[in-house]
Write a protein that binds this ligand. Structure first.
Ligand code: 6PG
Length: 256
């Protein structure tokens, strides 16, 4: 049974980014202490950029051992890795280029070859990683930390409302023929709920007044069918929502 989500509200996006970076760095350090390495599934979109930039500063200041951090993506758009819409490109600029993480520890989604083929290839790469690390105590598909954003329609990663990918219970990644807003209107690769809900810790990063209503629906509503973000309920892990004051505007006071 999943624990109820914890919610933290910050005065500004900058305060959220600073605190999120400290929480992420601390959680990765705990995982490294426990198992000798850590696995992080990165979120795409624009919100995490400031968090990744602060994480690079925070972790480096703490002497973080990046050789023990393994980075993956929770979703990717089917565009080249140097495309402005690439989630890899955003993380490369904000984080990867700022820290001494070995290239072999960065598992990019090879998304240029279309959603389904890219999802299958990526899943094979991720499964191979966990198989190799099983001797070190890695549990198949159990990420130490999953970072997620929230779209105004309640999507998370690239799990959109009414998407068949929401029903996937075996595969860890699925191809999404994405043809609706939000842009970019290209195919995507997304982690499935089967993978996301296996994680030890999930952190949602949400800022902006434009997200206030969907945050209220996700955290207090009883949408039918449930919104994709409402289906993130880690089987054995914890969910933490980090919101700025604008995104939390419509939440009942007893929830903030
Ligand atoms: C993506 C993201 C997506 C994102 C939300 C919020 O690739 O687009 O994974 O789920 O997190 O759409 O995006 P913003 O942070 O830009 O508001």
């Amino acid at each position: 049974m999943s624990s109820p989500p914890e919610i933290r509200v910050y005065p500004s996006p900058e305060d959220l980014a600073g605190s999120a970076a400290l929480r992420i760095a601390g959680f990765l350090s705990q995982a490294i202490y426990a198992r000798g390495f850590c696995t992080l599934l990165l979120s795409g979109g624009s919100t995490p950029r400031a968090v990744y930039e602060r994480l690079a500063q925070t972790a480096s200041g703490q002497g973080h051992d990046w050789s023990k951090v393994h980075l993956f993506w929770g979703d990717e758009r089917c565009v080249p890795p140097d495309h402005p819409d690439s989630n890899y490109d955003m993380a490369r600029r904000a984080l990867l280029s700022q820290v001494p993480i070995p290239d072999v520890n960065v598992y990019r989604v090879d998304a240029e070859h279309g959603p389904e083929q890219a999802a299958s290839h990526y899943e094979a790469d991720v499964r191979a990683f966990f198989s190799r690390r099983a001797v070190d105590g890695a549990e198949m598909g159990v990420f130490d930390l999953v970072l997620l954003g929230l779209g105004e329609d309640g999507h998370t990663a690239s799990l959109f409302p009414r998407s068949p990918a929401l029903l996937e219970r075996q595969r860890w990644f699925a191809g999404v023929e994405h043809d609706r807003p939000p842009p970019p209107l290209v195919g995507r690769v997304t982690a499935t709920l089967a993978l996301i809900n296996a994680a030890r810790q999930v952190i949602f990063l949400v800022v902006g007044k434009n997200k206030a209503e969907i945050v209220r629906q996700v955290l207090t509503g009883d949408s039918n069918p449930p919104l994709p973000a409402q289906l993130v309920q880690p089987d054995h892990g914890y969910t933490l929502w980090l919101l700025d004051a604008s995104a939390a505007l419509s939440l009942p006071s007893d929830q903030t």
